[in-house]
Design a protein. Structure first.
Length: 133
């Protein structure tokens, strides 16, 4: 019962001329998103282009052993990660380096939430915990 091929993606030259180029893949199962993966290409020729993307805005909150992240902006949040330097040796989120669509909320389960200082993306300002955790 393994899926071996989900389909083919063919792009024209014009469709691949943007710098950078992002390809986002959502696998839908029974009407719900099962997994999302994203790829970045064409970034080598323009130094720093991954950090010069149109900006968006994030918010987050902690609920038990989960972090709930919302993209409040109008652009996708690219490579959303956790800021947890004090606990980086033991903090284990179930996912990181996320692509979050505008107005989308994701829940990431973690082994712990103590020590999380915030979240950030390549194209957002870092959001820090208002409670100083």
């Amino acid at each position: 019962d393994k899926t071996r091929l989900l389909g083919h993606l063919m792009l024209t030259v014009e469709e691949t001329s943007t710098k950078p180029l992002f390809i986002v893949v959502d696998v839908i199962c029974d009407g719900a998103s099962a997994v999302r993966n994203w790829y970045f290409l064409n970034f080598e020729s323009v130094c720093g282009c991954l950090f010069a993307l149109p900006k968006t805005e994030l918010s987050y909150r902690v609920a038990e052993n989960s972090v709930i992240i919302t993209n409040c902006g109008k652009r996708p949040a690219v490579c959303v990660t956790f800021n947890a330097p004090i606990v980086s040796d033991r903090f284990r989120p179930e996912d990181s380096c996320l692509w979050i669509m505008p107005e989308e909320t994701v829940t990431i389960h973690c082994n712990m939430t103590e020590g999380i200082g915030g979240v950030e993306a390549w194209n957002s300002v870092a959001v820090h915990d208002p409670n100083g955790r």
